[in-house]
Design a protein around this ligand. Sequence first.
Ligand code: F6P
Length: 498
Amino acid sequence: MLAALEAQARRLAGTTIAELIAADPARARDFALRTGPLYANFSRQRFDRVALDALFGIAEQADLAGAMRKLLDGATVNPTEGRAALHSALRGDTSSAAIARDARAQAVAAQARMRELIEQLEASDVTDIVSVGIGGSDLGPRLIVDALALPDARFRVHFISNVDGNAARRTLAGLDPKRTAAIVISKTFGTQETLLNGGIVRNWLGDDSRLYAVSTNAQRVADFGIPPERTLPMWDWVGGRYSLWSAVGFPIALALGMDCFLQLLDGAAAMDAHAGSAPLRENIAVWHALTAVWNRNALHAATQAVLPYDDRLKLLPNYLQQLVMESLGKSVKLDGSAVGIDTVPVWWGGAGTDTQHSFFQALHQGTQVVPADFIGVLQADHPHAQNHAALLANLLAQTEALANGQGSDDPHRRYPGNRPSTLLLLDALTPQSLGMLVALYEHSVYLQSVLWGINAFDQFGVELGKQVANSLLPALSGEGEAADAVTRELLREFNARR
Ligand code: F6P
């Protein structure tokens, strides 16, 4: 794969995006796809039709269509942990395989329980919900609630994730424990941050009757003091960072209502159907994954920006950092051998137009080319028409300026251009369209993992730091010494001055 991609990149090395478009004006339309409310335009990437042929050849060789089927049918796509990754079964009937149908039935039963618990809470005098979780048990719900919750919602939903006690202190300040319910969300119910923050919230509530849990581990939940009637299930076949569609989305359903939560799932299911059945060249997830691999392995881009031009999507980059980098930050293939090719670049970003006034200077004139996903929402949900026109003008302008650049005799005022981007557009920001967008990224990530031959569903890389942190806890209270010489010296400094 690498040799084929590098050969294409060498062939195109002297050709700019502007030249590619001038030579093939139809690409603006031909390199664009739509499914439902989601439109994607790849014409400002640095590939041409010949390079695309090579990319789709690689996609066929890697059997991306078969790989999608395997995912949806519940094959063991996570072999290092011996698991399927059936997040698609949480949102629709995308497979007739027995394992997927069984997962679907469990998901539907859990949705019915969610609805009951929501109705009970709606009938109470609870006004605020505190959601305690971290990583996949926090980022998805936080993103969706921030994007879609309305100011007049039945519940205000708050999130505590960081083990820094300031997070709990600040979130709880101003809330009334008698009118607050809390949900402790943890797939394992063994995560240090969540157990500590859950303990703070449990004490603060004073009354356990408004404490809920979402977990795979019923025993640990019971030991924590939350009874089964207030515990919602999770399953091994859902990865943490793919779990917002499960009961991990309980805060979403509380903030938006259960019907909206189900619409979010419908949107994701529509993307499952598209990614699972559209031919490769009409498949947005496949285009997105091939573009990622092109930018990483043909152009050797070290980072990838994600730039939502909608303030409601400002948390999308944080969410995608876990989804993409925890899934694809791997150096070995499924069989344990070295991957031999660069895998995930660093993903980063922020909301336009704010970021135009922070890091866009580097995107336009820095020495590193940063491929970017620009995301726009066409219909405004507010009455400020001039603002919306300005927002869309900026979105269009930036993709154009980055691609085309501008010459000047003054090197300081010269824009090199030739900086690739993909434009993703939603007709409007609705539960359905947001569900589709997030599911698009999930499937793109999985397809990238197939192209690289790596496991997108384990995350052993995060374990070592957790183990070392646990082993250092006694030394922080002055008991025992750290084994590492630098850590020992740092602990002396910590303990002398705190
Ligand atoms: O950061 C590592 C991780 O295991 C993530 O994969 C996961 O989403 C997060 O911790 C939280 O885990 P849990 O839901 O078990 O508390």
